[in-house]
Write a protein that binds this ligand. Structure first.
Ligand code: 5AD
Ligand code: SF4
Length: 471
């Protein structure tokens, strides 16, 4: 029987990927995707627990969904509500208490059991999914997956063993696990056969990847185990896969082979999200980041020596417990020195169960707000400078979605900038050379270039946030 599911996704790209796989698991059961929760027999919230605001959003959404559920039930229709993801993992019992309308709660490792959990919920009135091992999850997912389009995510690693003192991820996503390389290569080939041109490899600690090498293949340095550099080199051999990215990386796990891959593999895009969190060694130590600000600077220097046009992005936390004006000034100094193309910055949010939530020296909200505004001003100026430096250049853009206006397509530059262009719809899914003539704080605009441009490495050398140092 035809049924419909509406999946709302919060948080990171890994949740986006997980939501797509939930749809894959449900498709053989007759579930098609609904456009709105009002039209769905099953509503799934795939949730994020990283900061308090993200978790609280789930409870307010559940209030709204309860009314939709009651309306559907009054009209004699099915309406089950499920909470998935990291809030489900961390606060299962709390969800049941605060939102009794919820029928099903399951964490990030158990969504492959969705059909079974749904049956149980129907039979018993409600169900909580226990978490299983990450390898079991990947082993039992269906091979069939709906196309994600020209640019797609592929999870290669899950979980985190780093235990930064502010972070819930090691508790909600569990220990580090790497999928075997053969399964990743097979999934990548299927994606490319379905029209994907760019794959972003996902993992909470993606550059800690250490996956079993395919049978019969020599594993290289680690003997039977591939690191991320090796995996990327092998993926680059997949015919039709033009672009490879990876996210999110920890500065500690940037090994020589991965850094060298940035020089050797043209398909590896010149953009790297490498979170530093703070520029103060005292705060980095209190965060248990296991690197200093200078370690990070040296890693960036080596990456830029390998790929001179590499653009960097980072995450920052301001107002971590004990952060002084001097510590915050060290963060501004680091940002000024590195020059970021893009960045995310957050006020520290105390997460129950993490060491920093109990630490002395919690920073007042007003101080956090002031520091966040100052940091964002600097980061926005760097991003604007980076974007403006692109005017007059021609760059290959993967046109991956229609624009808002008719006749317009939107794509991504090698450096992750959104690029708007007037182009015929049949160019969707292709990589086109675009001459950039306009830049805003967040995006670029240009026109289809007449002549084909030379290969990316030659064309793009030396592009970075030149204005950054002056900011
Ligand atoms: N408070 C604020 N920001 C946080 N992040 C993780 N935990 C917290 C927290 N407790 C940020 C980090 C991380 C990003 C995904 O979210 O910067 O890199
Ligand atoms: Fe969280 Fe740190 Fe692990 Fe990143 S490395 S997921 S910030 S604990």
């Amino acid at each position: 029987m035809q049924k419909s599911v509406y999946i709302k996704t919060y948080g990171c790209q890994m949740n986006v990927y997980d939501s797509a796989r939930m749809a894959d698991v449900l498709a053989p059961r007759g579930y098609r995707q609904a456009e709105a929760p009002e039209d769905a027999d099953l509503i799934i919230l795939n949730t994020c627990h990283i900061r308090e605001k993200a978790a609280e959003k789930v409870y307010s959404e559940l209030g709204r969904l309860k009314r939709i559920k009651l309306n559907r039930r009054a009209a004699g229709k099915d309406a089950a509500i499920a909470v998935a993801g990291c809030v489900a993992q961390a606060e299962g019992a709390e969800i049941r208490r605060r939102a009794p309308a919820v029928d099903l709660v399951f964490g990030p490792q158990s969504y492959h059991r969705l059909p079974e959990l749904l049956d149980r919920a129907k039979r018993d009135g409600s169900a909580i999914g226990q978490d299983f091992e990450a390898d079991e999850k990947f082993d039992t997912l269906p091979e069939e997956s709906a196309s994600q389009g020209p640019s797609a995510f592929l999870t290669v690693q899950e979980g985190c063993d780093k235990f930064c003192t502010f972070c819930v991820v090691p508790y909600t996503r569990g220990a580090e696990f790497s999928r075997p390389a053969a399964a990743i290569l097979a999934e990548a080939r299927r994606m490319v056969a379905g029209g994907t041109r760019e794959i972003a490899l996902l993992g909470q600690n993606v550059n800690a990847y250490a996956g079993a090498a395919p049978l019969g293949v020599r594993g290289g340095a680690k003997g039977g185990v591939w690191g991320l550099g090796r995996l990327i080199r092998e993926l680059a051999e997949v015919e039709g896969l033009d672009r490879i990215r990876y996210t999110t990386s920890h500065p500690r796990d940037m090994d020589d082979d991965l850094i060298a891959a940035h020089a050797d593999v043209p398909a590896l895009m010149p953009y790297l999200h490498l979170p530093v969190q703070s520029g103060s060694d005292r705060i980095l130590a209190a965060m248990n980041r296991k690197h200093t600000a200078d370690d990070y600077r040296r890693t960036v220097d080596r990456l830029r020596a390998s790929r001179p046009d590499l653009a960097l992005s980072s995450d920052f936390i301001v107002g971590f417990p004990g952060e002084t004006d001097g510590d915050f000034a060290a963060t501004l100094k680091l940002v000024t020195g590195i020059g970021y193309a893009q960045a995310y910055s957050f006020k520290y949010s105390a997460r129950p169960g993490t060491p920093a939530a109990e630490a002395d020296g919690q920073v007042p909200e007003a101080v956090k707000a002031g520091r966040l505004a100052a940091l964002q001003q600097l980061l926005e100026a760097q991003q604007a400078a980076f974007n403006h430096a692109c005017i007059g250049r021609t760059m290959p853009v993967l046109l991956d979605r229609p624009g808002r206006k008719p006749g317009q397509l939107v794509g991504r530059s090698p450096w992750m900038q959104a690029v708007h262009v007037a182009a015929p719809a049949e160019r969707l899914g292709s990589i086109a050379d675009i001459a950039i003539d306009r830049a805003t704080a967040n995006s670029l605009a240009g026109r289809l270039a007449a002549a084909p441009a030379p290969p990316a490495r030659v064309r793009t050398g030396g592009l970075r946030a030149e204005g950054a140092r002056a900011a």
